[in-house]
Design a protein around this ligand. Structure first.
Ligand SMILES: [Zn+2]
Length: 90
């Protein structure tokens, strides 16, 4: 399983989630503030989706900035629906 070198934050309160060191897929990840909890494999997948989403959004923004005012390059940003994530990368 690929690992992201990020902190897992609760999507609701942006609080760092608590889990064991080197969590296994079945280990619980818990938010100490609102007690939201999930298996690590689910959390890991959600955080991965969040990273991809943020990357796509950042790319959209930098492309829009880079091509602004250009008569030669017309950049049409990909539509990214507003999403919320149960868990996010910190
Ligand atoms: Zn929380």
């Amino acid at each position: 399983m690929a690992t992201y070198n990020v902190t897992i934050l609760c999507g609701a309160c942006k609080c760092p989630a608590q889990t064991v060191a080197n969590p296994k897929p079945h280990d619980k990840v818990t938010c100490p503030r609102c007690n939201r909890s999930d298996r690590f494999d689910n959390v890991h997948r959600t955080v991965g989706e969040h990273v991809q989403y943020e990357t796509a959004r950042a790319l959209n923004e930098s492309m829009a900035r880079a091509t602004r005012g250009s008569r030669f390059v017309k950049f049409k940003p990909k539509h990214l629906p507003q999403r919320s994530f149960r868990w996010i990368a910190g």
